[in-house]
Write a protein that binds this ligand. Sequence first.
Ligand code: IMP
Ligand code: MG
Length: 428
Amino acid sequence: MPVTVVFGMQWGDEGKGRTVDLLAAEADYVVRYSGGANAGHTVVVGDQKYALRLVPSGILYPGKWCFMGGGTAIDPVSLVSEMDDLIARGIDFSHYRVSGSAHVVMPYHKLLEQLDEERLGSRRIGTTARAQGPLYSDRSARWGVRMWDLIDRERLAERVESALQVKNPLFQYAYGHEPLQTEDVVKEVWPAAERLRPYVAQVELTLAQAAKEGKRILMEGAQGAFLDLGYGTYPYVTSSHPVPGGACLGTGIGPRQIDKVIGVAKAYTSRVGAGPFPAEQDNEIGAHIRERGHEYGTVTGRPRRCGWLDLAMVRTAALLNAADVLGIARLDILDDLDPILVCTAYRCDGQEVRYVPSDTRVFARCQPVYQELPGWRTSTQEARHFAELPSAARAYLEVIARETGIPIAVVGVGERREQAIVQPGALA
Ligand code: IMP
Ligand code: MG
C-alpha cells in the first residue's frame, strides 16, 4: 500500500472483488470511487457468498472503515436493502460512511433510462438499468441531488421540484409519459434517506488526512477501463470513471497520494451489454466459459458474452493507467480447454494493431490475431504457489506478462478466499 487502487482492465466483472478482498485484510480504509448499484462484486468467505453492490467488500472484515466516495452514485432504496441483508447476516455497519458529495439516484433517473433504452431500440447500450446515465448527466448539468440534500426533507423537495421542471416536459413531450409529482418522488425515497442520515459524512477530509498519516487505503474500482466514460468503447460505456484516475476525482484525494495501481483482468474476456468485442466466442467455447464460470450478471442476471483473453485490451489498459502489477482472475475456468487461444493484436484495414483504437467504429472492424497455446487439462484449483501450477498454465501466464510488460502479482484459481496464488511482496 499505503494508497492502492484496484481497477478492472476489461469490461467489468474481472474479479476485482476478490483481489480487493485479499488486500482489504491489510487495509485501514476501503473506498469505492465510481459507479453505483450497476456494479456487483461477488465475494465468497467460507460457505457464505456475498453479492455486494453499494458496499465496499472491506465490510466483510470487522472494524475496517468502508467509504463510498463522492464520485459514486447512491441509490438510497437499493443501499438500504443491501445493508439490511448484510446486517441480518451479522455484518457491522458502524464503520460505513457515504460521502455527502455523492449523487443520489432518484426514481425519475430510473424512469428516464428505461424510456431512453426503449427509444434507442436496436441501438440501445444494454445498460444495467441502474440509472447511471441520467444520474451523471444531472450531476454535470448541476441539477443533481447530493447525499447532503437527500437527508433534509425540505432541501430534497426543493431539488426534486427543480429537477422535475425540466424532466416533466421531457417525459411528456419526448417520451409520451405522464409527469411525476414532487411529493410522490420524495415519499418514495424518504424512508431510505432517514435510515442513511447517520452514515453521511465529508469522507474526503478523513481520507486525505489518513493518506497524509500513511494509513493504508484501498480504492476499489467498479466496472472496467473499457467501460470508462472518457476512454472506453464510447458510447457503449458506463457514465462514470472506472479508471484509476477516477479514484482521485471519486474520492477527493490528490493524485500524488496514490502509491500503487493494480490492474485486474480475467484469464478470458467477458462483456455484458452491447458494443464491439473482437475476441468474442459466440459458439461452444464461449458457452463453455459461461457455464463453467457462471458468467451471468450479478445485478441483472443477463448471460455474459464470453471470449478468449484479449491482450491488446489489457496492454492498452496497462499503458493508459500505468498499472504496476496485474491480477489474473479465474484461471481455473480454462482448466478443461485445449488448445487455449489468446488475442495478442488485431488486424484492421490491412494493418496490425496492438492497442485498442479509440474510434469505436474502427475497433468494431478489428479482427483478432490469436496465438495458440496448449491447454493443461488438469485442475489448478488447489495450487497456492506458482510452482504448483501445471507448466502449460505457467506458460500461459508468462505470455500475459510478456505481452503486457507487467508482472503478475496474484492469480485467482477458485472462488474461495484461499484459492489464490500471491507473488510474495508483490501486492504490498
Ligand atoms: P450502465 O453502467 O448500467 O449505464 O451500463 C453501461 C454499460 O456498462 C452496459 O454495457 C453494462 O452492461 C455495462 N456495465 C455496467 N456495470 C457493469 C458491471 O459492473 N459489470 C459489467 N458490465 C457493467
Ligand atoms: Mg461485476
